[in-house]
Each structure stands twice: as C-alpha cells, then as structure tokens.
Design a protein around this ligand. Structure first.
Ligand SMILES: Cc1cc2nc3c(=O)[nH]c(=O)nc-3n(C[C@H](O)[C@H](O)[C@H](O)COP(=O)(O)O)c2cc1C
Length: 310
C-alpha cells in the first residue's frame, strides 16, 4: 500500500535509471523507483534488450514500469505481458517524452495533443492490468500549457495517481520554463494524488515545491545522477552529505554495472563517472583516461585511485 504523503520517486531517465543505478539510489531512501521508458511495441515484439529493462533489484518495492505507446492493440498486449511478471506494482504510461521519434507517432508527449486517446489509453491499461496501480506521467501540454484540459482529462480516467513535469513539450528542459503554478492548478482540480516533477535538486527545493503545489510527493531525475543521496537529504531535511565514502559508492555502482551488463558495463558507466567526478580536482584527466578504458579491472583501479584521493 502506497502512502501518498511526501512521497519520493526517482524519475525514469532513459539511459540512466537501470537496475544498477536504481539499486544504488534505493539505499538513500527513495520510496518508488521506475524503469526506463519501455516501448510497448518492443515489448510485444519480444525484444531481448527490452526484457532486460524489466528486471529489478529485490529491494525495489514498490516498483513501477513505464511504457510508451498509444495503439490500443499493442498497449493491450504489452499489459498482458507485464501481467505475467511478478514484482511490478505500477504500470505508468509515458505522456511526456519530447523525442520526435516517439512524439511524432502520437506516443509520449504526442498523447497531449489527443486527450481523448490519452484517456482511452489510460483506462485501457487500468482495466487490463492486474497490478495494484496505474499512473500517467505528463508534461503541461504539447506546444502550449493546457492545465485545465489535463485536469478534466485526468478526472475522466480511472488511474490511481499522476506525475506532472512542469513544462510543455516545446519547453524542452529549459530551466526558466519550469512552472509550479500550473502543477498547483491541476492538483486543485483533481481527486487523485499528484507527484510534482522538474528542477528539484535538494531538500529546500523539494519542500518548496510540495508547499507551492500541494503535491503528494516529488519526483527527481537529473539531480540524482550526480547526488544519489538527494533522497536521504530530503527525508532528513538537510544539506549535509551522508557519511558514505564516495569511493565506496562509486565502486559499488561500478561492480553492479559489470555484474548486470558484463564488460559492456565499463563503457556504459562512463556517463556516470562524468557525473560523479564533476567539479573534482583532475576530473578532466580522469575522464580522458576512463574514456579509453574497456577492461573492468583496470577501470576499477582508476576509479579507486581517483576517488581515493579526495
Ligand atoms: C536523459 C534523460 C532521460 C529521460 N528519460 C525519460 C523517460 O524514459 N521517461 C520519462 O517519463 N521521462 C524521462 N525523462 C524526463 C525525466 O523523467 C524528468 O521528467 C525530467 O528530467 C525533469 O525532472 P528533473 O529536473 O528532476 O530531471 C528523461 C530526462 C532526461 C534528462
């Protein structure tokens, strides 16, 4: 049973929030983790890589799987596949992805242009899913903000909660475009719990957004890549960094990557090392070294040396 009160969610970030990363973040008290966006089409057509994206760590509970799609027959089959898998508590429908290859086919943020189809898709998932919760993750609109229309649409669905990212598709990720007032407006018009998302990076911004929007929780994405402990900071309402050695954390994350992906994990971990080393002495040289490495034990030694020097 989920308690929708100051709930903390890790945002889905394609290319980042895989099993190894989510299990690291879980240590810091995040309540709910979400898979990377999974194409309903790829799921139905039995793509091997896609099935790997459904795996979760045992400590991830509740766990949400986010799917993208808008074709009723494909969504139906995708939900039927998810119904056969245990350990999934929430099916989330992506209604925010701005990428042209997604939105141009009417999926992701494309659904914000067809609210009738959005409502139908949401209700289709809710009616077929055997999981306890169904949710939507929305932006504020496609080209323009339509908070009231979105609230009406949400009231026409049977879903259990909604996550709202406070920007339109056209706003991309522009910092100055974030709009918590429109999130507050949606919250005031709907009965289901709402989780607010966008530009939350520490305890202060989390509590500010909760107050401004009246939301039942917050979802954090990019700030967690550099600071997975941000959820611990919010839970404890502090700016302090928890007493974990960054070296241990990075090594553990690295080991999980190699365990999950094999040697490929060394290359996939480069982006995480960029985030972890940001602002540290000799980070530039460290990145150059790491970018040329593929051997797990050599890379591990470099990580140990670099983060051990701190
Ligand atoms: C690299 C990257 C990948 C993302 N992938 C997804 C995704 O798969 N599904 C989704 O709903 N949103 C995705 N988003 C959007 C985030 O979930 C989130 O809504 C957005 O980053 C704003 O939150 P933040 O300011 O806390 O990062 C992605 C964003 C980024 C930067």
């Amino acid at each position: 049973m989920i308690h929708f009160n100051n709930l903390l969610m890790l945002a889905p970030l394609a290319g980042y929030t895989d099993l190894p990363f989510r299990s690291m973040v879980k240590k810091f008290g995040v309540d709910i983790t979400v898979s990377e966006m999974i194409s309903s089409h790829a799921l139905v057509f039995n793509n091997k890589k896609t099935f790997k994206m459904l795996e979760k760590a045992p400590e991830e509970s509740p766990f949400s799987v986010q799917i993208a799609g808008s074709k009723p027959e494909i969504l139906k089959q995708a939900v039927e596949i998810l119904n056969t898998r245990s350990g999934i508590d929430i099916i989330d429908l992506n209604c925010g992805c701005p990428a042209p290859k997604v939105a141009n086919h009417g999926n992701g943020s494309g659904l914000l242009k067809d609210l009738k189809l959005l409502v139908q898709s949401a209700n289709l998932i809710k009616s077929l899913s055997t999981k306890p919760y169904t949710s939507l993750k929305l932006r504020l609109g496609f080209d323009k903000k339509i908070p009231l229309e979105l609230a009406h649409a949400l009231n026409d669905t049977n879903i259990d909660f909604v996550v709202v990212h406070g920007r339109t598709r056209a706003d991309g990720y522009k910092k100055e475009k974030i709009d918590y007032d429109s999130i507050a407006l949606i919250k005031s018009k709907i009965a289901i719990p709402l989780i607010a998302n966008g530009e939350i990076s520490d305890a202060k911004s989390a509590y500010d957004v909760l107050r401004l929007t009246g939301a039942n929780g917050v979802m954090i994405g990019r700030a967690a890549i550099k600071s997975p402990w941000v959820f611990w900071q919010i839970k404890n309402n502090t700016n302090q960094i928890p007493q974990v050695l960054l070296q241990n954390l990075v090594l553990e994350h690295f080991d999980k990557m190699v365990e999950f992906y094999g040697e490929r994990g060394v290359i996939m971990f480069r982006k995480n090392l960029h985030a972890y080393s940001k602002g540290r002495h000799n980070a530039h040289e460290f990145r150059n070294t790491i970018n040329s490495m593929t051997n797990p034990s050599q890379a591990r030694q470099e990580i140990e040396d670099f983060f051990g020097d701190a």
